[in-house]
Design a protein around this ligand. Structure first.
Ligand SMILES: Cc1cc2nc3c(=O)[nH]c(=O)nc-3n(C[C@H](O)[C@H](O)[C@H](O)COP(=O)(O)OP(=O)(O)OC[C@H]3O[C@@H](n4cnc5c(N)ncnc54)[C@H](O)[C@@H]3O)c2cc1C
Length: 265
């Protein structure tokens, strides 16, 4: 049974979620419909979030960007390239145009796959996830959101409402390695953000551990190296030794396994 009608509002949704915690939320459906088509589960209820226009919006909010959970990857990459460059770069690598037109950042968080492409830039950009239930709303730091393979910190009656991120004061990058160039789930992915205003580094490792995760020792090492070498103020290159040590610390933070997409090595 599909819960929600064309007129559905946010409050109606959280009420629906509370009344039917076993209902499966569906936004773009690019993960949910695959599960249904392969008969992996047959939920009694689907909770249709796609009719709630509020969830598809993004807006500046006190120096941050409030990005509705229902914002598609296409919207992120076409509208937020200058405000959230790391997330926009990651969005560009998701699936195909059809998947990017339907798939959303909220769905990526809901699925919480270690290979989800939005996770590394959310971690590197110190994003916060806004979740809501009939009991109210709360924010969860991205690095506390992923709790296990395809598991997240949502309580049974909660829905993901938005992602909150500060537009960067410094450069951001995202890269993804796959078995081909397009339409591919990552073998490994990495997000990097420099935060010169805080003199800190943000990282996000994808597809190389049970959950997306930060490389904390690498972040601390690079922030300190930039300070010691005066590189927060200049655009001079990093030394090879610093780059190699950073890479080693990132690799050390990962815990990949042999799987269908590649060996751990
Ligand atoms: C052909 C194909 C290629 C793909 N390629 C990629 C890729 O390259 N990179 C990548 O990261 N992903 C990829 N995916 C996976 C998928 O597109 C993404 O995970 C996408 O972000 C899911 O978004 P959605 O809105 O379609 O989610 P849905 O399918 O609607 O939902 C996904 C999960 O999140 C839950 N959920 C959705 N919204 C909420 C909410 N607001 N609150 C709580 N729970 C919620 C659902 O219950 C479900 O468990 C691919 C999928 C397909 C079919």
């Amino acid at each position: 049974m599909l819960l929600a009608s064309r007129q559905t509002s946010g409050p109606a949704l959280v009420n629906g979620r509370s009344a039917h915690p076993q209902a499966v939320p569906i936004q773009g459906g690019t993960d949910v419909m695959v599960e249904l088509n392969f008969d992996r589960y047959r939920p009694e209820y689907l909770l249709d979030l796609a009719r709630v226009s509020e969830l598809r919006q993004w807006t500046p909010d006190n120096g941050r960007i409030w990005l509705g959970a229902g914002a598609t990857f296409t919207r992120i990459l076409t509208e937020l390239g200058s405000r959230l460059p790391g997330l926009a770069m990651a969005s560009r690598t998701v699936g195909s145009p059809q998947i990017r037109n339907r798939g959303t950042v909220g769905g990526n968080l809901g699925a919480a796959s270690p290979a989800g492409d939005s996770h590394p830039p959310l971690l590197a950009g110190y994003a916060r996830i806004e979740v809501e239930s009939v009991r109210g709303s709360r924010q969860i730091a991205a690095d506390e959101f992923y709790t296990g393979v395809k598991r997240n910190a949502l309580r049974p009656d909660e829905l993901i409402k938005a992602v909150l991120m500060v537009p960067p004061a410094g450069p951001q990058q995202f890269c993804k390695i796959g078995t081909r160039n397009a339409m591919v789930i990552s073998v490994a992915a990495f997000g990097l953000a420099l935060h010169p205003d805080r003199r800190s580094i943000g990282t996000g490792i994808g597809s190389a551990a049970p959950t997306p995760r930060r490389a904390l020792a690498a972040e601390e090492f690079l922030a300190q190296s930039l300070a010691e070498d005066g590189l927060w103020e200049s655009r001079a290159a990093l030394s090879d030794a610093t780059s190699c040590r950073f890479a080693d610390l990132v690799a050390g933070a990962a815990s990949p396994i042999d799987d269908v997409r590649g060996t751990a090595r």
